[in-house]
Each structure stands twice: as structure tokens, then as C-alpha cells.
Write a protein that binds this ligand. Sequence first.
Ligand code: NAD
Length: 428
Amino acid sequence: MKISIIGTGYVGIVTGACFAELGHDVTCVDVDEERVAKINKGEPPVYEENLDEILRKNVAEGRLRGTLDLKQAVLDTDVSFISVGTPSGLLDYIDLKYVEEVSKGIGEALKDKDVYHLIVVKSTVVPGTTEHSVLPLLEKHSGKKAGRDFGLAMNPEFLREGKAIEDFMKPDRIVIGAIDDHSMKILEELYKSFDCPIVKTNPRTAEMIKYATNSFLVTKISFINEIGNICKQLGIDVYDVAKGLSMDSRISPKFLRAGLGFGGSCFPKDVKALVGKAKEVYYRPIVLNAALELNETQPLRMVELLERKTNSLKGLDVVVLGLAFKPGTDDMREAPSIKIIQNLIKRGAVVHAADPKALKEARRIFGLHENLHLYEKAEEAVKHGDYVLIVTEWDEFRNKELYRNKVVIDGRRIEEAKIAREYEGVCW
Ligand code: NAD
């Protein structure tokens, strides 16, 4: 199939590269010239494990290219996936401006296209968006009719950054919410080589399945962190509790690692967006708000524990291991490291932070700051301070030598760190 992917962030470029790898002809569209130039050189615009290899191969073999020209991409392909960002907007509402801009652009291109085209929303959008925002914009700007002249579907993405290729190629399930049978059939054909169940539904249910999934996972993380916070006060190891808990066949063992809480580009913004959508229909979500509230304060517990050990952080050299919101990515969106570093600096500490991938992002977020020093290697960072905070569980940090004679506060349960002179977990 000839596919265009609009928006080449984590989701777009992984989707594009994987479809090309499966033999489809893929055109990746973005407004960012640098990203498009990189794609055409076979270089991934974002860091993702194994992506460089697949991208290089498919660009070299002519199955994948980048372009700034949305209209031509729509004219030249059969299916367009919208995978632009859907950031948090004001208050708890989702900002749909990129999705709307692209819907308008696709609509304008469709005006000059005589054959049927399928548009698929892959961006995470609140229930109702595909039918009530995307569809009217496509019809308005194309002068054509949805279901007759073009198809429309919502196909949420569940990939995890760091494991994105694996998750795309071997998903637990594929969810397709289509406005009609024809749109559904095209997507079933596209995904027919995938060995997993396909949930066939309408667009708003597909949109809700994505939000319900992330909201459930977020609630599970905040739940185990809360149990961890209570356990710590009672002298109980929450990891032993989680082990016992996870043996209950009704509870999956995943997402039961207590620690610093969640970050990233999806969990916080998606749950906030669902809270915002619920407010629109006059419902105040109690569980979701509580999960978010606990997550706000969890990273700061680390700074409080450090302050309790040292009395004052003024002038203290503190080593922070990990900037990315999780290992395997350079993404720092809503990373707990941001809150921790800002708080340490506010209290007068001098921070020496290390991360193998996220330094460029960290420079963009923090700019130049006299009390923040960045290192690619943890070995370099630990030379500058005796107090070490473990914030991201990179494999590079599973090295006992980093912690010898140090005072460690661990947010991620790194066993090797227990060799420290003084070791304490954030909730154990
Ligand atoms: P991103 O912010 O990394 O990338 C978005 C891309 O869209 C950027 O390259 C940007 O330049 C481009 N863009 C913006 N406006 C454009 C336009 N008018 N035309 C063409 N390109 C345009 O986003 P992401 O992390 O890939 O997420 C995309 C969507 O997928 C979001 O809705 C997100 O919630 C969802 N999602 C993300 C993940 C994840 O792990 N990152 C997982 C599942 C779902």
C-alpha cells in the first residue's frame, strides 16, 4: 500500500519505518525541515532503539522518504496517518491545533484528488475528536463527503518509547475505530500480517480505549507508590509486598515497581486530557485526579529525604543519575528529573546530572545554569559529589563502583547501589 504519515515524532517515524519494513511504500511528512532532511539521509529524527537500522535500510532501498509537501504526499498515497502531537492545552484540556491544521491540509489536498483516500487518526485524541473535529474539517476543506469520497478511522497507538519497534511489530492488540465498513476493510488488510486480535469498533470507542489504557496504568503506578509510601513508614519492603500481590492471578505483575512515579509524553497529558473531557460532561473524576496528585509529589520525596540527611542543601554537590523519563529514550517530557533538579537548585544545591542520551534535551530545557553541570557518563558525574540520587534506571547505572562510599537515595531500586555507604529507597 502507498502510505503517508503526517508528523514524524516517535509515533510517526516508528510507524513509517515499520510499514516500510513490511514492504509498503511510505512518505513521511513533517513541517520541521531538519527532521525531513535527517529522514532522507536515513537518520532517525528521534532516538529509539533499532530505529536507525530499519530507517537507513528502507530509505536506501527506496521504500521510505521524507517531505515537507503534505498535499503531494496525500495525492501520491492511498492512506494518510495523522500522527502529530496532541499536547496539553490550557487547564486540563487537550490542544488539538496540530491535528486540526493537518485535517485542514489533507482536506485541501483531497479537493484535487479524484480517487478514494483513507485518513487514519493515530494521534491520541479525546473521545469524539475524529467524528466531531477531524471529519467536519476534512469535509469542509475538500468539499467531499466522508464515507463516500474518502474514508476515516481512528487507530490508537500503544507503543512504549524505548521498545517502540517491538511494540509496533508485535502489539497485544490492534484497535480500529472506523466510520464505515470500507475504511475498516482497508485497515484490516494493512494489518493482516500482524499476529494479534483486532478490536473493531467506532472512532469514539477506539479513542476511549487508548485513554482508559493509559489511565489504568497510571492509577496502578500511583497505587503501588502509595502502598510504598505507607510501607516505608511501617518498615515494610514494598517490593516484597508487590511480589506477593503480583502472584494473585487477578493482578498482572507489570507496573508494580514502586518508585518516583511516571513521566513521559503520554501518561500525564493523557490522564489530564481525560479529566478535562470528563469535566466537559460535568463529571469530576476522583480516582484519576488522585493518581495525578500523588504523582506530582512523589519525585519531591527524594529531595526531602536528602534534606533530612544533610540539614541544608545550600552549596551541596548532588549527583543526579538519569534525566530521560525512562531508559531507552532521550525524551524528557514531564520527566521526574526536571522537578527534582529544579527543586535541588531552588534549595541551593549544585547539581551534577548524568544521562547517556538526554543531554541535548536537558540543555534545551534548563539552558545554561551555573549550578547545573551535565555529563554523558555517570562515572564523570559521581566524581563531583558524595550524595547520589538515582532517577532513571539506565543499565549504565547498574555498576557498583558508582556508589562505593556514597550516600545514595534510590528512586528506581537499583540493586547494585546497595553497596553505598548509606542507602535509602524513595519508598522502601
Ligand atoms: P512528537 O511531538 O514527538 O512529534 C510530532 C511531530 O509532528 C513533530 O515532528 C512535529 O514537527 C510534527 N508536526 C507538527 N505539526 C505538523 C504539521 N502541520 N504537519 C506535519 N507535521 C507536523 O509526538 P509523538 O510523541 O510522536 O506523539 C504523536 C501522537 O501520538 C500524540 O498524540 C501522542 O499522544 C501519541 N502517542 C505517543 C506515544 C509516545 O510514546 N510518544 C505513544 C502512543 C501515542
